[in-house]
Structure formats: C-alpha cells, structure tokens
Write a protein that binds this ligand. Structure first.
Ligand code: NCD
Ligand code: ZN
Ligand code: ZN
Length: 353
C-alpha cells in the first residue's frame, strides 16, 4: 500500500491493491443490473451468494447465473463473479465434483433452514450432508457458513455463539480437512473461535459489524436499514471484531454481505434482513480502520488474505481512496423502487476516486 502524507499523521490518500468482496448478494434481473456497477467500481471479484428464489443449487444453474451477471456488467467495467452452490439436504457428491471441475464454482454455502433471507431450502440437519461434505473435503471445495442456529428457543442475539458449540465444532471434528469460512461474524466468541482454530478456518467481517453496535437499530425509533442477520451485537463484540479485522491475522478478511432489499421491503411491518453496503463498501471499511488507527492493515484485509485463503492469485490493479468528506446518498434507484445504502446521509472521511 502506498500512502501520501499530509502535515498531520493521517495520509491524504491511500492506494490499495484492488480488493475483492468475499461475501456478496447480487440478486437477479433488474436488481442485479442496479447493484452490480457499485461493486465492480471497487472490487475485481466477489464470492456471489446463491440464495436466489429458487436457489442456485447446481453447477448448471450457477453457470446460467454467472452468464446473467456478466451480461449485466456495464461496458468498460471488469469484474469476475466467483460462483457458489446452495447446499441442501439433497446436494449430491457428484454435484460437488461437477462444481469443482467447472473452475467457476469456488465454494458451497450452508444456510441452516430458516436462519436468514431465502434460507427455506437450506439444510435441516447437517449430518444429512455427510457424504457431500466428505466429497468437498476430498476435492478441496470450501464451505461458507451462515453460522446461526435457527432454533426459535434461542435468543436472537445468542444464535451465533450457540451455533459454534452445536454445529461448528462437531463439523470440524467430523471433517478436519474441510476448508470452512465462518461468514459475517458478529461476536467475540466467533472471532476467538476462528483465531484459535487451525489454518483451514477463516472468517469474513462486514462493514456494519465493524462500525455499529445494536444501539444503531434502536436510535430514537426502529431503524430498519441497520437490521441484518446475524443481528448487530453489543459494543464489546464490535470491539472484538475491530481487533480481529485490524490484527493482521490472515484468517480475517473482507466480505461485505451487501444484501439489497428495496426500501419498501425494509420499511415494512415485517422488514427484510440485510444492509446495502456495496455502494461505498471500501469507504466504510476505511472509516472503520482509520477509527482504529490501523489504516495500514486495510490492504491485507481487503486485498490479500481472502485470495490467499481461497487459493486464488491476488489482483494486479489498484484502487485509490482520497481523504475528503463524502456524504452517503439518501437512496439510489433499484428495480422500480429505491435502495437505502448503509449510513445513508452521513459523512464519511474517505472517497474512492
Ligand atoms: N445478511 C442478511 O441479513 N441478509 C442476506 C442473507 C444472509 O447473508 O444471511 C440476504 O440475502 O438478504
Ligand atoms: Zn448470512
Ligand atoms: Zn449474506
């Protein structure tokens, strides 16, 4: 990373190796066309989540979805979608071998049934997937995990921590050679678990979980645009996540979990879970890293550790941010509705040029 110094200690600009987003929801159709340029402006590649309706459960469906993404990319922009398959109780070991052979499927995603947006087709009991997980371990196909129990008797703020004991630890014991990414971690418990695990375990961290604690959801009223899953946690957890992200530990890397939902679906009696962060993702991360006094740790977190973990080359290009006030727009157009970006209306210190 190269930085340009100002008289003060803070640099006036930072140039990073071009980053990647290791957890992204792009949706489909008009929604895909609306959000894709926001991501492609900053990121060279992204791990594209498969929770469409119906979900992307096969290599053939992933190939079609990949073509639709590439077709939606504006002329002159370059972006490589890294595809994933949605794990179900019925995913076969043969499907895993097909996915591996494709060269464009880079992970399989575990959604515990009922845990989050579009997870109804998810796994009801992980032991049903043992033969499939065995095949993944054998061919070297990573498993991305939405690590929350769907058990309604467990408090919503405890669902991630409970998942570690009930599912993550047993899974790692049964498949010690399987690469696993604990997605969008939100607790000190998860950060600690990943830090202490062996090198086949890593985690992604979102901008909202670095910048906000759960008070953000209830500031002067209910704030649906801060509602995502796993839900924001208390301040001690946010601090643990900032410490993990800025530690220089290669197990923690960037994954926005940018999850667009139309304004009408967010501002509703039963609002959807998901924060739209893709519009200004790198700016949000830079803000969090600057607050922690760790801007020098942004480049490895954003541009190196994820590629290394997935066994892909680091990008060649670069991305420059300047330190100038940038007001996040109140909304952007989205599929005959609007999208309200994370931190709408607030001023960030950094702006991508
Ligand atoms: N994070 C979210 O709150 N929502 C995601 C699903 C997910 O990543 O769990 C979505 O697809 O909307
Ligand atoms: Zn998730
Ligand atoms: Zn997600």
């Amino acid at each position: 990373m190269t930085t340009t110094a100002t008289p003060a200690a803070t640099p006036s600009s930072i140039t990073l190796r071009r980053p990647d987003d290791w957890h992204l929801h792009l949706r489909d159709g008009a929604a895909l066309a609306a959000v894709l340029p926001h991501t492609a402006r900053q990121f060279a590649r992204a791990i594209v989540m498969p929770n469409l309706k119906p979900p992307v459960t096969t290599t053939a469906l992933a190939a079609d979805y990949r073509e639709r993404i590439l077709a939606a990319l504006p002329a002159g922009m370059s972006f490589e979608p890294l595809m994933t398959l949605y794990l179900t109780d019925n995913t076969t070991p043969d499907e895993i071998r097909r996915a591996k052979a494709s060269g464009f499927v880079h992970a399989v995603k575990l959604y515990p049934a009922g845990a989050t947006t579009n997870s109804d087709a998810g796994v009801t009991d992980l032991v049903r997937c043992d033969a499939t997980l065995e095949a993944m371990q054998e061919v070297g196909m990573p498993l991305c995990v939405h690590g929350e129990v769907a058990d309604p008797s467990v408090d919503v703020f405890d669902r991630e921590a409970v998942f570690i004991d009930r599912h993550f630890i047993p899974l790692r014991q049964r498949f010690p050679g399987l690469k696993v990414i604990f997605e969008h971690i939100t607790t000190r418990d998860a950060a600690q678990y990943v830090a202490e695990a062996d090198d086949l375990v890593a985690a992604t961290i979102t901008p909202q979980h670095l910048l906000y604690n759960r008070n953000a959801i209830f500031t002067g009223g209910v704030r649906p645009h801060w509602y995502c899953l796993p839900i924001l946690k208390r301040e001690t957890h946010r601090q643990a996540l900032v410490a993990a992200a800025t530690s220089g530990n290669r197990k923690f890397f960037l994954g926005t979990d940018s999850a667009p939902h139309a304004r009408g679906a967010k501002e509703a009696a039963c609002g959807c879970a998901g924060c739209y962060s893709a519009l200004h993702a790198v700016e949000l991360y830079a803000t969090a890293f600057e607050q922690a006094g760790a801007l020098d740790k942004l480049e490895p977190f954003a541009s190196e550790f994820g590629a290394d973990f997935y066994g892909l080359p680091r990008n060649e290009g670069s991305l420059t941010l300047v330190r100038e006030p940038f007001e996040v727009p109140a909304s952007v157009a989205y599929d005959r509705d609007q999208l309200v970006p994370l931190a709408a209306g607030t001023v960030l210190n950094w702006h991508v040029v």
